[in-house]
Design a protein around this ligand. Structure first.
Ligand code: ADP
Ligand code: MG
Length: 367
């Protein structure tokens, strides 16, 4: 069992990208010096690209796996007067990419609106401290800013997660903010009624293409965003590398001093890859699952299997722990998919060469 170097356990469960990668951001900022960049941006577009895709010469770790062109287009969009809309299947790292973009552009990825059926204008724009409102009336002091207000004042990026889950009229609140870059606050006295956005303010929205939502979004709102489709990683070696890196990082964070053996990572990622694409590496076609077999799910299966093996199998992670975690972490409640997974073991796993594949096949009894 490979033992990874032990790191002190962090106490914040999930530090935002700008805290987790503070040293990298600082290094890039120093390299940028006074180089030209869009007004109010912390880094130059070149450095933001390096921050996201990695730069070995500078010691910047790769984070998002995707095409350079697509990331360049995202960064360019955010320097224009349109927002950026990331669309794609669940688990393709749309939220993660928007976090990295915000951290690289303005050093703050926390101005986030979570879109849901219950999202209200208050939680997007501003609300009031009612005690102060009653005592002093509407003023800057009694106003409690929400992410859009704060982003407009500070000239920062605001993230709008799952925008299409909001009712249409709530989505359309974004229209004037994105086109005129102004927020009306009718309650305030004259001079405060219009909040004009500072340079650097922009919006990154994400939307899940499995929801019907994107089609229903108003044409007016669509026009105010540049769209970028985020696709699942289609390169097996790159997916292997990413899942290994992220699973090990999560295990270290959970105080588990082991890393997933590369043979197990291979089983895990190959299974996800083949079931997602509906094709095996040797060209057999498979029945597609209704479950989304995303890279994000593969990482959580690896993480759970690592914890399982470490605590209940004398620190040894085995193929059976992957199989057990596949059910709870990925397949969840679809009986149909459990059956299809069984077929996958009988038709595909059974014939794969190597002892680890055979142990994996033997572990199908846990399905
Ligand atoms: N192309 C990718 N690059 C980096 N991580 C990815 C990629 N695709 C999936 N992931 C995994 O997905 C996780 C983030 O998923 P998330 O941003 O919540 O997805 P989404 O918002 O698209 O549903 C990452 O932490 C990583 O484990
Ligand atoms: Mg998301």
């Amino acid at each position: 069992m490979a033992r990874s170097t032990k790191k002190a356990a962090p106490t914040i469960q999930r530090p935002p990208a700008e805290i987790l990668h503070a040293l990298e951001l600082q290094k890039l900022q120093e390299r940028d010096g006074k180089d030209p960049r869009p007004a109010n941006w912390v880094l130059t577009p070149r450095s933001i690209l390096d921050f996201i895709l990695g730069n070995t010469a500078l010691g910047i770790e790769p984070k998002f796996v995707g095409s350079r062109n697509s990331i360049e287009r995202c960064i360019v969009s955010l320097a224009t007067n349109r927002g950026l809309m990331l669309i794609g299947e669940p688990g393709t790292a749309k939220s993660y990419l928007s976090e990295l973009l915000a951290a690289g552009i303005c050093g703050d990825s926390t101005l986030t609106i979570q879109g849901s059926a219950g999202t209200t204008e208050d939680t997007m724009k501003y609300s009031w401290n009612y005690a102060l409102l009653l005592a002093e009336g509407a003023s800057d002091r009694s106003l409690v800013p929400a992410p859009l207000h704060r982003g407009m004042v500070a000239g920062k990026i605001v993230r709008f997660e799952e925008i299409t889950r909001c009712p249409l009229e709530i989505q359309d609140t974004m229209l004037s903010i994105l086109s005129d870059r102004v927020m009306a606050i009718p309650e305030l006295p004259d001079e405060g009624r219009n909040l004009y956005a500072q340079m650097g303010f922009n919006v990154i929205a994400t939307a899940n293409s499995r929801d019907r939502g994107v089609n229903e979004m108003s044409a007016a709102l669509k026009r105010r965003f540049n769209f970028e489709t985020i696709v699942p990683i289609n390169n097996l070696p790159r997916e292997l590398e990413l899942v290994q890196r992220q699973t090990d990082a999560l295990l270290a964070q959970s105080n588990i001093p082991i890393s997933l053996q590369p043979e197990l990572t291979e089983l895990l990622v190959t299974t996800f890859h083949e079931l997602r694409t509906g094709k095996t590496t040797d060209g057999k076609s498979l029945e597609p699952l209704t479950t989304v077999m995303s890279t994000a799910e593969a990482v959580s299966v690896g993480h759970a299997a690592g914890i399982h093996g470490f605590y209940y199998n004398d620190g040894q992670v085995a193929a059976q722990h992957l199989v057990q975690s596949l059910l709870g972490s990925a397949i969840k409640d679809s009986q149909d998919d459990v059956k299809k997974l069984g077929h996958y073991f009988d038709r595909v796993v059974k014939d794969k060469p190597g002892e680890h594949w055979q142990q994996y096949y033997a572990a199908r009894k846990y399905l």
